[in-house]
Design a protein around this ligand. Structure first.
Ligand code: NOJ
Length: 549
């Protein structure tokens, strides 16, 4: 294990952590080739340390043709030459640890890239061969695929090989699904976990955690609901199947054993798009340590909906002794600064292409986003931040169609724009060809507004979103971490309204979802997302932390 890992520690650090997601392609470009890289992350570690995060989650950094932004892995034990070397990764892990920052990496077990040597071998091998058995090859019915399953990115979930068989891919055709009933597949992933633990990583984010297990009789699907919504249908042939839990328990056994040997806690967090009532199964004590909470992330700007999502997540985690997690954005969704600028009820994925774009009120979006941040950071459990949200970056919804890179664009028959707008490279400085991201034009163009939103501009402005995040993370660590359970306190001004007021011990977080100001509770104002009104009230669409004794 790397030499400067944190000392022996079984504190279950992940239970209260603030984890910052780095999308390596778009974070910082140290070698100025237009694409972010591992050395760029190393150079910007001071930004993350000053911000005050406990860990970073790095989206896939492996060798990959990047046909799905790296979620198409060709080699699970190396770093893409576009991003650097394994030695750069080792140094990053050591340097982060020296700053007290832990590292979570992304593991993609549902599928590989079609450039993975296993898939290349499978394509060259005969039907029924052991090489093909690592994936899901099946005969179709003449020119029809084996089932009517639809890929998440659009189009059929099966692609025909030149020899006539079909292979399954729940995502892009460049992402063939692995066969998790195959013992070799299972052994390979146990060994991959071990490899990265030995390099010193502290945790794993597991991609498509509700996938993996398939109904091996391959029935057709009768529901016509949206493909991700299908994950909520009971006994679905490829989402959220009971068999997936055996696989999870196997991985947990590996992490627990390594953790015991290395005297530290190694965690894993699930990306599981399942019904809220199904989630606790993933969080049993011998399964995942945590799971993302998409219920909260996808909530509209509405106090009762947010409150319900919070109650559900805390309840679900409680039933199995886990802790809830919270996030507002990630690399797959429209940035929340923009979502909150749209009228409630807008289908923001469709809005990217269809508009009308002038219904987005950017100032309202930023106001609400800043308020939601204080709510997020007051909640018990851990928080996942997405790179650039500390700068209040909006979604770049008007990227020219010819630069779109997300497979969603082509696979949907150009009816869905996809996720590029939240993946535009970060601005670090007000000027320069890439606003300090690097010294070359970035792989996706940045809008002019990024200069004013850059980290160096915001660092010296006490009212900036970056300053709000920095102050909030420091206060969170001092006051909220370790505070007691959440209770709801009806704010005296508006008992049943668009005002949420939660209490943990002597701390209050009050969020005014309405546009009119409300009275602040008595006590010491620790932080507010907007300055109080002249008569000392909390403005509309803002939040505050108050210490009451
Ligand atoms: C979820 C990841 O977050 C997303 O970016 C990716 O496209 C799919 N899984 C497929 O791996």
């Amino acid at each position: 294990m790397s030499s400067s890992s944190p000392a022996a520690d079984h504190s279950e650090w992940w239970r209260n952590a603030v984890v910052y997601q780095v999308y390596p392609r778009s974070f910082a470009d140290a070698n100025s080739d237009g694409t972010g890289d591992v050395n760029g992350i190393r150079q910007r570690l001071p930004h993350l340390a000053t911000l005050g995060v406990d860990a970073i989650w790095i989206s896939p950094w492996y060798p990959s043709p990047l046909l799905d932004g790296g979620y198409d892995v060709a080699d699970y034990r190396n770093i893409s030459p576009r991003f650097g070397t394994l030695d750069d990764a080792r140094q990053l892990i050591d340097e982060a640890h020296a700053l007290g920052i832990r590292i979570i990496i992304d593991i993609v077990p549902n599928h590989t890239s079609w450039e993975h040597p296993w898939f290349v071998e499978a394509m060259a091998a005969a039907p029924g061969s052991p090489e093909r058995d690592r994936y899901l090859f099946r005969d179709g019915d003449g020119d029809s695929p084996p089932t009517n399953w639809i890929a998440v990115f659009g189009g059929p979930a099966w692609t025909r090989t030149p020899g006539g068989q079909w292979y399954l891919h729940l995502f892009d055709s460049s992402q063939p699904d692995l066969n998790w009933t195959n013992p070799e597949v299972r052994a390979e992933f146990r060994s991959i976990f071990e490899f990265w633990c030995n390099l010193g990583v502290d945790g794993f984010r597991i991609d498509v955690a509700h996938g993996l297990a398939k109904d091996m009789s391959f029935p057709d699907i009768s529901e016509s609901t949206a493909v991700l919504e299908n994950a909520k249908v009971p006994d679905h042939p490829h989402w959220d199947r009971d068999e997936v839990h055996d696989i999870i328990r196997e991985w947990r056994g590996v992490l627990d054993r390594i953790g015991a040997e290395q005297h530290r806690d190694v965690m894993m967090v699930a990306e599981a798009w399942v019904a809220p009532e199904s989630l606790p199964k993933y969080l049993r004590s011998d399964e995942y340590h945590q799971s993302f909470n998409f219920d909260f992330l996808t909530c509209e700007w509405d106090a009762p909906s947010m409150r319900d999502a919070i109650v559900r997540a805390i309840g679900a985690a409680d039933t199995v002794g886990s802790t809830p997690t919270w996030a507002l954005s990630n690399h797959d969704v429209v940035r929340h600064t923009t979502r909150y600028g749209l009228p409630n009820g807008t289908d923001w994925r469709a809005w990217l292409l269809d508009g009308p774009h002038d219904i987005c009120d950017a100032e309202q979006g930023l106001r609400r986003a800043r308020a939601a941040t204080l709510l997020l950071l007051s909640l018990p459990g851990s928080t996942y931040l997405y790179q650039g949200e500390e700068l209040g970056l909006p979604e770049v919804f008007d990227l020219p169609l010819e630069v779109l890179d997300d497979p969603v664009w082509e696979n949907s028959g150009r009816t869905r724009k996809g996720r590029d707008g939240c993946r535009v490279p970060l601005p670090w400085t007000p000027d320069g060809v890439a606003f300090g991201f690097g010294d070359a034009p970035p792989w996706l163009p940045q809008p002019a507004i990024f200069g004013a939103l850059s980290a160096t501009v915001q660092r010296d402005d006490p009212d900036s979103t970056l300053s709000l995040y920095t102050a909030a993370l420091a206060l969170r660590r001092r006051h909220w971490v370790g505070a007691g359970p959440l209770e709801w306190s009806d704010h005296f001004d508006r008992p049943e309204s668009q005002v949420l007021c939660l209490r943990r011990d002597d701390l209050l977080c009050i969020v005014n979802f309405d546009v009119e100001p409300v009275a602040l509770p008595a006590g010491e104002l620790l932080l507010a997302s907007a300055a109080p009104t002249a008569d000392g009230r909390l403005p509309g669409e803002s939040a505050a932390w108050v210490l009451t004794s």
